[in-house]
Ligand binder design. Structure first.
Ligand code: FE2
Ligand code: FE2
Length: 268
């Protein structure tokens, strides 16, 4: 993982997943350096990852007090269980549905869970975090949040955008891609991750976008976009376009067979 201290209060730990034909999807986790430290999501779940070891480059994992799991998809839960072991005081912030989804695979220690719904707040010592349902999401358990002290908005999958290289995907700044490139990548990700957006009622969707605009966050911190400080207008304008964006259709079996054939060794 690449580690960047992006504001006085926030460190991003950036990983990436290459998606063939789509690009390099950032997979970020964050450390919010609150009086009671908060880790936001825990990275990819592939066996080569060791999230707790990476986190120890930023802080002593034993000092983590809260793990804010924005939703239990496998690109967010990679280090979850090992971190709960390494951080005996830590509580796992999720929702009732989040626990339910995780319970289909794991035994969730309910005494370590803290249930928080959109609109509810949590005091972490020197600041209050308030939960929001971001406008786009791919899990009914999704809850992002606003840090009342720094003004950073942690948006989970929302505002994601595949990047043209692994280096940019794990970099410290979404400005590494020009506005038009980032806008079209945002629309692509919206179509992949939240395809339902193409059928939404504007009268219902637009106020969810306006809610984020009104928050006027100091930074938009998405799991799937390099950190974006001072980019609210561009990012939120692209989000507002998502219902009218192009649909995504993945490669089909013919394309898969062509790809596999390209891997076969040539005649000797
Ligand atoms: Fe997701
Ligand atoms: Fe995700």
């Amino acid at each position: 993982m690449e580690i960047h201290r992006i504001t006085g209060d926030v460190t991003v730990m950036s990983d990436t997943a290459e998606v063939p034909g789509v690009g390099f999807l950032p997979v970020n986790t964050f450390v919010l350096h609150a009086e009671q430290p908060v880790v936001v999501d825990t990275g990819l779940s592939t066996p080569d990852k060791d999230f707790v070891a990476e986190l120890s480059r930023v802080m002593d994992p034993a000092d983590v007090r809260w793990i804010w799991l924005t939703h239990p998809d496998r690109d967010h839960t990679g280090g979850l269980w090992k971190l709960l072991e390494a951080a005996p005081q830590a509580r796992l912030i999720t929702t009732f549905l989040g626990v339910g989804i995780m319970s289909t695979e794991w035994t969730v220690p309910l005494d370590r869970v803290y249930l928080l719904n959109p609109g509810q707040s949590l005091d972490v010592g020197d600041r209050v975090l308030t939960g929001y349902r971001p406008p786009l999401y791919d899990s009914p358990a999704t809850v992002g949040f606003l840090d009342g002290a720094s003004g950073s908005f942690f948006s989970s999958d929302c505002f994601g955008a595949p990047m043209p290289s692994a280096e940019i995907a794990t970099g410290p700044d979404a400005r590494a891609v020009d506005d038009e490139g980032r806008r079209s990548a945002q629309l692509l990700w919206a179509a992949i991750d939240s395809p339902w957006v193409h059928g939404v009622d504007r009268a219902a969707f637009d106020p969810t976008v306006q809610q984020i605009r009104n928050l006027d966050p100091s930074a938009i911190l998405s799991t799937h976009l390099p950190p974006a400080v001072g980019m609210n207008r561009q990012l939120i304008d692209a989000l507002a376009e998502a219902p009218d964006g192009p649909a995504f259709v993945g490669p089909d079996q013919v394309a898969l067979e062509q790809l596999l054939a390209s891997f076969e060794p040539g005649p000797v």
